[in-house]
Design a protein around this ligand. Structure first.
Ligand SMILES: [Zn+2]
Length: 217
């Protein structure tokens, strides 16, 4: 199965991608991992990406596409993959189609995780991270620490990352609406999109997603 996962920041895409990939026995290919792997292995594309990032510039689509192509050609991706974070705009989606067509392949489905905008803001802006260990994560509504502002695990101070502020979240959503959302229409035209609600418990969303993908495949 070749699947693309789409959804706004805060939809729990990474978590769902990991569970779905495991259930479907296909690799989870995330843009974040691609960048980290290429940069740490100092591949040509990794060096190129790093030069843009170090200069504070966006990495051009060709570089991201190149990394995705290399990854999709690995033996473990022969029977499918789940893409997370790629494509993130229509031009990347077109490049992906071209790439697959050359190999005589096509996508089987595009899973669209839907979350109301206010819920996204609530989820992200409510996050509180421990200053001593960033893996200690709390939420002012969903996962309250016993004492406000104090980490239950180690007693460290909890704070809100700048990336998680409401202003930043609204800006990230704006980028999602203008850049990424158009790929949903692009794929709808190919009859590939299944939309599910990303509200509720993680395992409930996974179940919903599996049913939607299998019903559609
Ligand atoms: Zn802590």
């Amino acid at each position: 199965m070749r699947i693309v996962l789409v959804g706004p920041p805060g939809a729990g895409k990474g978590t769902q991608a990991a569970f779905l990939a495991k259930n479907l026995s296909i690799p989870h290919i995330s843009t974040g991992d691609l960048f980290r792997a290429n940069i740490s292995q100092q591949t040509e594309l990794g060096k190129l990406a790093k030069s843009y990032m170090d200069a504070g510039n966006l990495v051009p689509d060709e570089v991201t596409i190149g990394m995705a192509k290399d990854r999709m050609e690995q033996p473990d991706a022969e029977n499918g993959f789940l893409l997370d974070g790629f494509p993130r705009n229509v031009s990347q989606a077109e490049a992906l189609d071209e790439m697959l067509k050359t190999e005589g392949m096509k996508l089987d489905g595009v899973l669209d995780l839907e979350v109301p905008e206010d819920e996204v803001v609530k989820r992200i802006a409510g996050r509180r991270i421990c200053r001593k260990d960033s893996s200690h994560v709390f939420h002012v509504t969903y996962s309250k620490p016993k004492t406000d502002g104090v980490c239950d695990v180690c007693g460290g101070e909890l704070y809100q990352r700048e990336d998680d502020s409401e202003d930043t979240v609204r800006k990230r959503l704006e980028v999602y609406h203008t850049q990424t959302e158009p790929i949903i229409d692009y794929y709808k035209a190919q009859g590939l999109v299944v939309t599910i609600s990303a509200l509720g418990k993680v395992d409930e969303v996974t179940k919903r997603a599996m049913a939607a993908l299998q019903g559609d495949a």
